[in-house]
Ligand binder design. Structure first.
Ligand SMILES: O=C(O)c1ccccc1NCC(=O)[C@H](O)[C@H](O)COP(=O)(O)O
Length: 263
Protein backbone atom coordinates (compact mmCIF):
# COMPACT_ATOMS: atom_id res chain seq x y z
CA UNK A 1 0.00 0.00 0.00
CA UNK A 2 1.45 3.43 -0.90
CA UNK A 3 1.42 6.44 1.44
CA UNK A 4 -1.71 8.01 -0.06
CA UNK A 5 -3.65 4.73 0.30
CA UNK A 6 -2.49 4.48 3.90
CA UNK A 7 -3.56 8.08 4.61
CA UNK A 8 -7.01 7.34 3.18
CA UNK A 9 -7.44 4.06 5.07
CA UNK A 10 -6.43 5.80 8.27
CA UNK A 11 -8.85 8.65 7.61
CA UNK A 12 -11.74 6.23 7.09
CA UNK A 13 -11.08 4.74 10.52
CA UNK A 14 -10.86 8.10 12.32
CA UNK A 15 -13.96 9.38 10.52
CA UNK A 16 -16.00 6.41 11.73
CA UNK A 17 -15.03 7.31 15.29
CA UNK A 18 -15.65 11.04 14.82
CA UNK A 19 -19.12 10.42 13.37
CA UNK A 20 -20.05 8.42 16.46
CA UNK A 21 -19.36 11.49 18.59
CA UNK A 22 -21.21 13.86 16.26
CA UNK A 23 -23.40 12.42 13.50
CA UNK A 24 -23.48 14.07 10.06
CA UNK A 25 -27.00 15.48 10.49
CA UNK A 26 -26.04 17.32 13.68
CA UNK A 27 -22.83 18.65 12.09
CA UNK A 28 -24.80 19.84 9.03
CA UNK A 29 -27.19 21.81 11.26
CA UNK A 30 -24.24 23.47 13.02
CA UNK A 31 -22.57 24.29 9.71
CA UNK A 32 -25.71 25.86 8.26
CA UNK A 33 -26.19 27.95 11.43
CA UNK A 34 -22.60 29.18 11.37
CA UNK A 35 -22.66 29.98 7.66
CA UNK A 36 -25.90 31.95 8.03
CA UNK A 37 -24.13 34.35 10.42
CA UNK A 38 -21.02 34.87 8.28
CA UNK A 39 -20.62 38.23 6.62
CA UNK A 40 -17.79 37.22 4.28
CA UNK A 41 -17.99 34.15 2.06
CA UNK A 42 -15.76 32.89 -0.79
CA UNK A 43 -12.78 34.78 0.64
CA UNK A 44 -10.18 32.88 -1.40
CA UNK A 45 -11.75 33.96 -4.69
CA UNK A 46 -11.98 37.51 -3.41
CA UNK A 47 -8.22 37.53 -2.77
CA UNK A 48 -7.40 35.84 -6.06
CA UNK A 49 -9.12 38.68 -7.94
CA UNK A 50 -6.08 40.80 -7.04
CA UNK A 51 -3.70 41.63 -9.87
CA UNK A 52 -0.65 40.52 -7.85
CA UNK A 53 0.19 36.85 -7.19
CA UNK A 54 -1.20 35.81 -3.80
CA UNK A 55 1.07 34.11 -1.25
CA UNK A 56 -0.56 31.23 0.62
CA UNK A 57 1.73 30.18 3.46
CA UNK A 58 1.20 26.69 4.84
CA UNK A 59 1.50 25.35 8.39
CA UNK A 60 2.92 21.86 7.90
CA UNK A 61 5.10 20.42 10.70
CA UNK A 62 5.85 17.18 8.82
CA UNK A 63 5.14 15.47 5.50
CA UNK A 64 5.43 12.05 3.88
CA UNK A 65 8.17 13.27 1.51
CA UNK A 66 10.30 15.14 4.08
CA UNK A 67 9.48 13.59 7.48
CA UNK A 68 9.74 16.17 10.25
CA UNK A 69 9.96 19.71 8.90
CA UNK A 70 9.61 22.02 11.90
CA UNK A 71 9.12 21.78 15.64
CA UNK A 72 7.49 25.22 15.74
CA UNK A 73 3.91 25.14 17.00
CA UNK A 74 0.94 26.69 15.20
CA UNK A 75 0.79 29.37 17.91
CA UNK A 76 4.40 30.35 17.06
CA UNK A 77 4.05 30.26 13.28
CA UNK A 78 0.65 31.85 12.59
CA UNK A 79 1.50 35.23 14.18
CA UNK A 80 4.70 35.34 12.08
CA UNK A 81 2.69 34.69 8.91
CA UNK A 82 0.06 37.21 9.98
CA UNK A 83 2.37 40.08 10.81
CA UNK A 84 4.49 39.53 7.70
CA UNK A 85 1.47 39.98 5.45
CA UNK A 86 1.05 36.65 3.72
CA UNK A 87 -2.26 36.84 1.82
CA UNK A 88 -3.82 33.57 2.99
CA UNK A 89 -2.83 30.50 4.97
CA UNK A 90 -3.19 26.77 4.54
CA UNK A 91 -3.33 24.63 7.67
CA UNK A 92 -2.77 20.89 7.49
CA UNK A 93 -5.31 18.95 9.54
CA UNK A 94 -4.01 15.43 8.80
CA UNK A 95 -2.57 13.92 11.98
CA UNK A 96 -0.50 10.87 11.12
CA UNK A 97 1.80 11.97 8.29
CA UNK A 98 1.63 15.76 8.57
CA UNK A 99 1.44 15.93 12.39
CA UNK A 100 -1.23 18.62 12.49
CA UNK A 101 -4.94 18.67 13.30
CA UNK A 102 -8.18 20.67 13.55
CA UNK A 103 -7.00 22.00 16.91
CA UNK A 104 -4.18 23.80 15.06
CA UNK A 105 -6.76 25.05 12.59
CA UNK A 106 -8.71 26.64 15.44
CA UNK A 107 -5.55 28.09 16.94
CA UNK A 108 -4.87 29.71 13.55
CA UNK A 109 -8.40 31.07 13.39
CA UNK A 110 -7.96 32.71 16.77
CA UNK A 111 -4.67 34.32 15.75
CA UNK A 112 -5.46 35.69 12.30
CA UNK A 113 -8.32 37.09 10.24
CA UNK A 114 -6.78 35.97 6.98
CA UNK A 115 -8.62 33.37 4.86
CA UNK A 116 -7.70 29.82 5.90
CA UNK A 117 -7.64 26.70 3.75
CA UNK A 118 -8.33 23.39 5.46
CA UNK A 119 -5.61 21.19 3.95
CA UNK A 120 -6.55 17.54 4.20
CA UNK A 121 -7.53 14.50 2.17
CA UNK A 122 -11.28 15.03 1.85
CA UNK A 123 -12.89 11.66 1.28
CA UNK A 124 -16.30 12.28 2.86
CA UNK A 125 -18.78 15.19 2.81
CA UNK A 126 -18.50 15.12 6.61
CA UNK A 127 -15.07 16.78 6.32
CA UNK A 128 -16.50 19.71 4.34
CA UNK A 129 -19.15 20.44 6.99
CA UNK A 130 -16.41 20.09 9.61
CA UNK A 131 -14.38 22.72 7.73
CA UNK A 132 -17.39 25.07 7.70
CA UNK A 133 -18.01 24.58 11.43
CA UNK A 134 -14.35 25.36 12.09
CA UNK A 135 -14.67 28.61 10.14
CA UNK A 136 -12.56 27.65 7.13
CA UNK A 137 -12.63 29.87 4.04
CA UNK A 138 -11.56 27.06 1.73
CA UNK A 139 -10.99 23.35 1.37
CA UNK A 140 -8.91 21.12 -0.89
CA UNK A 141 -10.51 18.51 -3.15
CA UNK A 142 -7.89 16.28 -4.78
CA UNK A 143 -8.73 14.86 -8.19
CA UNK A 144 -8.32 11.08 -7.97
CA UNK A 145 -8.74 11.06 -4.16
CA UNK A 146 -12.00 12.97 -3.58
CA UNK A 147 -14.78 10.45 -4.35
CA UNK A 148 -17.19 12.91 -6.01
CA UNK A 149 -15.75 16.27 -7.07
CA UNK A 150 -19.01 17.54 -8.60
CA UNK A 151 -21.11 16.85 -5.50
CA UNK A 152 -18.44 18.09 -3.09
CA UNK A 153 -17.95 21.29 -5.13
CA UNK A 154 -21.66 21.96 -4.83
CA UNK A 155 -21.70 21.30 -1.08
CA UNK A 156 -18.79 23.74 -0.70
CA UNK A 157 -20.51 26.40 -2.80
CA UNK A 158 -23.69 26.07 -0.72
CA UNK A 159 -21.60 26.67 2.41
CA UNK A 160 -19.80 29.71 0.96
CA UNK A 161 -16.52 27.80 0.97
CA UNK A 162 -14.01 27.99 -1.85
CA UNK A 163 -12.85 24.60 -3.08
CA UNK A 164 -9.36 24.34 -4.52
CA UNK A 165 -9.59 21.40 -6.91
CA UNK A 166 -6.12 19.88 -7.03
CA UNK A 167 -4.87 18.45 -10.33
CA UNK A 168 -1.48 17.16 -11.45
CA UNK A 169 -2.12 16.12 -15.07
CA UNK A 170 -4.18 17.22 -18.06
CA UNK A 171 -6.38 14.15 -17.48
CA UNK A 172 -7.08 15.37 -13.93
CA UNK A 173 -8.18 18.76 -15.29
CA UNK A 174 -10.31 17.18 -18.03
CA UNK A 175 -12.05 15.04 -15.43
CA UNK A 176 -13.24 18.11 -13.45
CA UNK A 177 -13.50 20.98 -15.91
CA UNK A 178 -17.18 20.38 -16.73
CA UNK A 179 -18.04 21.15 -13.08
CA UNK A 180 -16.61 24.65 -13.65
CA UNK A 181 -14.25 24.74 -10.64
CA UNK A 182 -13.59 28.33 -9.61
CA UNK A 183 -10.05 27.49 -8.43
CA UNK A 184 -7.74 24.77 -9.70
CA UNK A 185 -4.61 23.94 -7.71
CA UNK A 186 -1.85 22.59 -9.92
CA UNK A 187 0.30 20.35 -7.76
CA UNK A 188 3.91 20.40 -8.93
CA UNK A 189 4.52 17.33 -6.76
CA UNK A 190 3.72 13.93 -8.21
CA UNK A 191 1.93 12.13 -5.38
CA UNK A 192 3.07 8.69 -6.62
CA UNK A 193 6.80 9.29 -6.25
CA UNK A 194 6.96 12.82 -4.70
CA UNK A 195 9.14 14.21 -7.52
CA UNK A 196 8.78 17.94 -8.15
CA UNK A 197 8.53 19.66 -11.51
CA UNK A 198 7.58 23.35 -11.46
CA UNK A 199 6.99 23.21 -15.23
CA UNK A 200 3.80 21.26 -14.45
CA UNK A 201 2.22 24.68 -13.74
CA UNK A 202 3.58 26.16 -16.97
CA UNK A 203 2.35 23.25 -19.08
CA UNK A 204 -1.15 23.06 -17.55
CA UNK A 205 -1.88 26.79 -17.18
CA UNK A 206 -3.64 27.03 -20.56
CA UNK A 207 -6.20 24.37 -19.56
CA UNK A 208 -7.23 26.08 -16.31
CA UNK A 209 -10.52 27.94 -16.90
CA UNK A 210 -10.52 30.25 -13.88
CA UNK A 211 -8.09 30.93 -11.01
CA UNK A 212 -4.87 28.91 -10.72
CA UNK A 213 -3.01 28.23 -7.48
CA UNK A 214 0.39 26.62 -7.99
CA UNK A 215 1.16 24.19 -5.17
CA UNK A 216 4.35 22.59 -3.85
CA UNK A 217 8.04 22.50 -4.55
CA UNK A 218 9.06 26.16 -4.21
CA UNK A 219 12.53 26.04 -2.70
CA UNK A 220 13.90 29.46 -3.64
CA UNK A 221 12.72 32.99 -4.37
CA UNK A 222 13.67 32.32 -7.99
CA UNK A 223 11.22 29.36 -8.04
CA UNK A 224 8.39 31.62 -6.82
CA UNK A 225 9.28 34.16 -9.51
CA UNK A 226 9.07 31.42 -12.17
CA UNK A 227 5.58 30.32 -11.02
CA UNK A 228 4.43 33.92 -11.12
CA UNK A 229 5.77 34.20 -14.69
CA UNK A 230 3.94 30.98 -15.61
CA UNK A 231 0.71 32.80 -14.68
CA UNK A 232 -0.22 31.51 -11.21
CA UNK A 233 -2.78 33.68 -9.41
CA UNK A 234 -1.60 32.25 -6.10
CA UNK A 235 1.35 30.19 -4.86
CA UNK A 236 1.11 27.77 -1.95
CA UNK A 237 4.35 27.24 -0.04
CA UNK A 238 4.98 25.15 3.06
CA UNK A 239 8.27 23.30 3.49
CA UNK A 240 10.74 25.96 2.39
CA UNK A 241 9.20 28.57 4.71
CA UNK A 242 9.17 26.25 7.71
CA UNK A 243 12.64 24.82 7.10
CA UNK A 244 14.00 28.17 8.27
CA UNK A 245 15.08 27.76 11.87
CA UNK A 246 14.40 31.12 13.45
CA UNK A 247 11.57 33.64 13.38
CA UNK A 248 13.95 36.17 11.77
CA UNK A 249 14.85 33.74 8.96
CA UNK A 250 11.18 32.94 8.30
CA UNK A 251 10.41 36.67 8.19
CA UNK A 252 13.23 37.37 5.76
CA UNK A 253 12.17 34.53 3.46
CA UNK A 254 8.53 35.72 3.44
CA UNK A 255 9.63 39.31 2.84
CA UNK A 256 11.70 38.20 -0.17
CA UNK A 257 8.81 36.10 -1.50
CA UNK A 258 6.40 39.01 -1.21
CA UNK A 259 8.88 41.31 -2.94
CA UNK A 260 8.93 39.15 -6.07
CA UNK A 261 5.22 38.28 -6.04
CA UNK A 262 3.99 41.84 -5.61
CA UNK A 263 6.30 43.48 -8.18
O1 LIG B 1 4.23 17.28 1.00
C1 LIG B 1 4.17 16.05 0.85
O2 LIG B 1 5.12 15.29 1.06
C2 LIG B 1 2.89 15.41 0.40
C3 LIG B 1 2.84 14.03 0.24
C4 LIG B 1 1.67 13.40 -0.12
C5 LIG B 1 0.54 14.14 -0.34
C6 LIG B 1 0.55 15.52 -0.19
C7 LIG B 1 1.71 16.15 0.18
N1 LIG B 1 1.75 17.52 0.37
C8 LIG B 1 0.57 18.31 0.40
C9 LIG B 1 0.71 19.61 -0.26
O3 LIG B 1 -0.11 19.92 -1.08
C10 LIG B 1 1.83 20.53 0.14
O4 LIG B 1 1.87 20.53 1.53
C11 LIG B 1 1.71 21.96 -0.32
O5 LIG B 1 1.45 22.08 -1.66
C12 LIG B 1 3.00 22.71 0.02
O6 LIG B 1 4.08 22.07 -0.59
P1 LIG B 1 5.58 22.38 -0.17
O7 LIG B 1 5.81 23.86 -0.33
O8 LIG B 1 6.42 21.60 -1.13
O9 LIG B 1 5.74 21.97 1.23
Amino acid sequence: MNVIDRIIENKKVTLTQTKKQKPLEKLKEEAIDIVSTKTKLFRFQEKLKNKTTQLIAEYKPASPSKGNISTLKAEDVIPIYDKNNVDMMSILTEETYFKSNLKNFNIANNLTNKPLLRKDFIIDEYMIYEAAVNNASGILLISGICPNIEEYLNISRNLGLDAVVECHTLEDIESVVDYNPEIIGINNRNLDDFTINLKTTKELKKYVPNYLISESGVKTIEDAKKLKEYGADGILIGTSILQNNTEKEIEKFIENLINVLKK
